[in-house]
Design a binder for this molecule. Structure first.
Ligand SMILES: [Zn+2]
Length: 303
């Protein structure tokens, strides 16, 4: 009799043979069945294992390494943009006095500024796209993989489109005499929201990579950074939109200034923590890649 059952061949459930931190609650999953769930919070064991970089092939880890490096170059460009802003603004103030030196300073710093802003947007988008390429094992372990990974894959092409629309609108506005048009304001707003969303999703991926390495220290930093990244725009929106509306009824109207400053400081701290987490995960990926390359090198040698 021919076996017609379409079900997969049943293998006995294997238990995890080393420490895995549950991504949901931090419970140590050692000894739990591979396809089971966390006994504390019910999160599938496979989801916590997916974030573990110790078992990934070297080719995949190389892509993650390259991706994270691209993300970091983008963030450094934002720092460069802030620096280039100073001579650009100073040059703009003097350029009306027909100062040719001011015009040259303005032009050069303007070019640097534009390049930094462009790569500040393109670098992280491209980097997250590369770093979130499909994990070789994910299909067999957990359907289509981590939800954040898929969200980043959807977000980055949309972000690229909004960057293009913003560039077109800037060129159009300059050609029309330099006034900011509605298209620029709309696409610029969409762009900043998407970009920030990408930072938050990227941080969640960093958390999963770092948490699964059973590092309590990284677990704490990652969670705090996620909270800061969400809290910062909430405070910005409150200080810019809600506070001006309720200001007439506030007993101390000056509080709005503190909120504005607080929102900016919180935003800078949140992004600095995000970069710090990125650097830590870069180190983890570097070590995992080194180990995987050695492991695979040995394998090839024996084969
Ligand atoms: Zn759990």
């Amino acid at each position: 009799m021919v076996e017609k059952s379409p079900s997969r061949p049943s293998t006995p459930p294997r238990a995890l043979e080393r420490d895995y931190t549950c991504l949901g609650c931090g419970y140590n999953l050692r000894g739990q069945p591979e396809r089971g769930s966390c006994p504390e919070c019910g999160l599938p064991v496979a989801k916590s294992r997916l974030g573990d970089l110790r078992e990934q092939p070297a080719a995949y880890l190389r892509r993650v390494k390259l991706g994270l490096a691209l993300v970091l170059t983008g963030y450094l460009c934002w720092l460069g943009a802030l620096v280039a802003m100073l001579p650009f603004a100073a040059g703009m103030n003097l350029v009306n006095d027909n100062e040719w030196v001011a015009a040259i300073v303005c032009l050069l710093s303007g070019l640097v500024l534009a390049a930094c802003v462009l790569w500040g947007l393109a670098g992280p988008s491209l980097g997250w796209w590369v770093a979130t390429s499909r994990q070789p094992e994910s299909a067999s372990m957990l359907g289509r993989g981590l939800v954040e990974r898929r969200a980043v894959r959807v977000l980055t092409p949309i972000l690229a489109c909004s960057v293009l629309v913003t560039i077109v609108s800037v060129v159009r506005d300059i050609a029309a005499g330099g006034r900011q048009g509605d298209l620029f304001i709309a696409s610029g707003t969409v762009l900043s929201i998407l970009w920030y969303l990408l930072v938050i999703l990227g941080q969640r991926l960093l958390n999963q990579w770092a948490w699964s390495m059973a590092e309590r220290h990284q677990l704490r930093i990652g969670r705090t950074t996620s909270q800061l990244l969400v809290a910062a725009p909430v405070l910005v929106v409150y200080s810019q939109i809600v506070e001006p509306l309720v200001r007439p009824w506030l007993p101390y109207p000056v509080v709005g200034v503190y909120l504005d400053v607080g929102a900016i400081v919180l935003l800078i701290v949140a992004l600095a923590c995000h970069v710090m987490c990125l650097r830590e995960v870069q180190t983890i990926v570097k070590h995992a890649h080194h180990d995987a390359a050695q492991r695979e090198g040995r394998g090839d040698h024996h084969a």
